[in-house]
Design a protein around this ligand. Structure first.
Ligand code: SF4
Length: 453
């Protein structure tokens, strides 16, 4: 490679990855948790952004072809999703296909694990195709708490952020509704059909009411959905063992990637609650807020006014985001829980206190391990009958989680299962889940289960 080619490659990483204005572009969103991703796209569309959720998992062979196998599994899957989409789009549009008409949305996280590298790696792969080198990667980052500044007109950014967050909370609620109803449905298949319809109804609500920030109308629609969902429950089916899921956000919410682990658990008699998406968004705001407070205290000790001023600005900004998010989330759950007993999230500050109290891990280390370890302790406290940790094979924070909580769970006598996934099908997986569910059933018989909080 010549010296000038090297320079161009590095420029590509800075110039073709970032926050780009989305007007007149199609924003391509990779599907992670199906419902939340579609609701988010609906909010974007309501605000005039042409957003599209790409089919997922259809391009896995391409994803594998253009990765070495050492990357995290979500990186392989999303690599395949974008390559497959662009290939199909080129076929469909023929001469009028122009990669510059699209922005591929791939957020990133700051910190010690590899999520910050996905978009860089994918940039290099896209650049290796002459026609795809012009496709830009729109990236939001945890560094600024997933700020949306710059992607649409400044005057609408705050509203877009508020509605986007709300759509994630509603997506979590629809997921939890699915897991609450399906194990008790009157007839097999009713819940899946219902939830697919419900997702489209809520997409319509977000597109229609989102731009005017009409939370109340979205709420009303959601309440109607929940009332309908409740009619699917057969009251004659007794409560089942309650299983909590933690783990890596993509794997635990992407049903193809995790080989539909929740459905498999249900098949063996579980009712399942998975950690939410909003929890991760709250964590990123909380972590930035926490860092700003630490930085401010340092500035104060060293009496550096400039530093204090910069951190104070962050304290107000990230603290405001966190306050708003927790307020919106709490309000939404309060209204919904008057209709059905869905599990509510813990505040991230509470989870940090749990870790400090148990001296198990520390927020200074960061990553999803903070949420997973504290989440497991909370599941145990609340009388869950078992916990499953779902993650990509070799995932660093989830492996840390496993190392920390295994001895604890064995001491507490609560069944615990690690389920690492890659694209292979392990013959013993179902047997492991069946054995775990046998233990969870025994736990349930001995201890019953407490009411969900
Ligand atoms: S959380 Fe796990 S899967 Fe995700 S980037 Fe980090 S190491 Fe990879």
């Amino acid at each position: 490679m010549t010296e000038s080619a090297k320079i161009i490659d590095f420029q590509s990483l800075t110039e073709k990855i970032g926050r780009f204005n989305l007007s007149n572009k199609t924003c391509l969103i990779p599907e992670m948790n199906r419902i939340g991703t579609h609701l988010l796209a609906a909010v974007f569309r309501g605000f005039g952004i042409h957003a599209k959720v790409m089919d997922t998992y259809k391009g896995l062979d391409l994803g594998k072809e253009y990765t070495s196998g050492k990357e995290c599994y979500p990186c392989q899957i999303t690599m395949g999703d974008i390559l497959h989409f662009m290939k199909e789009e080129a076929k469909r549009l023929k001469d009028t296909f122009d990669p510059e008409d699209y922005i591929y949305f791939m957020p990133e996280a700051d910190g010690p694990c590899r999520f910050g590298m996905y978009n860089k790696y994918q940039r290099i792969v896209l650049d290796s195709f002459p026609e795809l080198s012009r496709l830009k990667i729109g990236s939001l980052t945890t560094r600024d708490g997933y700020s949306l500044a710059g992607i649409i007109d400044d005057s609408r950014v705050r509203d877009l952020r508020k509605m986007s967050y709300f759509s994630l909370v509603v997506g979590d609620i629809l997921d939890r509704l699915l897991w609450r109803i399906r194990p008790y449905e009157k007839k097999a298949g009713l819940t899946d059909d219902f939830i697919e319809r419900a997702m489209h109804v809520m997409e319509g609500a977000f597109e229609r009411f989102g731009p005017a920030k009409d939370f109340n109308s979205v709420f009303k629609q959601l309440e109607a959905v929940i009332k309908e969902g409740k009619t699917i429950i057969d009251p004659g089916i007794p409560p089942k063992p309650l299983i909590g899921i933690v783990g890596e956000i993509y794997l635990r919410t992407h049903v193809h990637a995790n080989q539909d682990v929740i459905r498999v658990l249900e098949r063996y008699g579980a009712e399942v609650v998975n950690a939410s998406i909003a929890e991760w968004v709250n964590y990123t705001s909380y972590d930035r807020f926490r860092e700003a407070k630490i930085g401010f205290r340092l500035g104060l000790r060293q009496f550096r006014l400039g530093l204090m001023k910069a951190y104070l600005k962050d304290i107000i900004g990230f603290g405001g985001d966190l306050f708003y998010q927790e307020f919106r989330q709490k309000k939404t759950y309060k209204r919904i829980r008057s209709l059905i007993d869905l599990t509510e999230d813990h505040q991230v500050g509470h989870l940090e206190k749990t870790l400090i109290e148990k001296d198990l891990f520390n927020f200074d280390v960061g990553t999803e391990a903070c949420l997973s370890i504290a989440g497991i302790v909370e599941y145990a406290r609340e009388g869950y009958n078992g916990v499953v940790n779902v993650y990509p094979f070799t995932c660093m924070p989830s492996t840390t989680t496993s190392a920390v909580v295994r001895p604890l769970m064995s001491e507490l006598g609560i069944p615990y299962l690690d389920t690492p996934y890659d694209s292979s099908f392990q013959p013993g997986r179902e047997a492991a889940i069946r054995t775990f569910m046998y233990q969870a059933n025994q736990h349930f018989k001995r201890h019953g289960r407490k009411e969900k909080k």
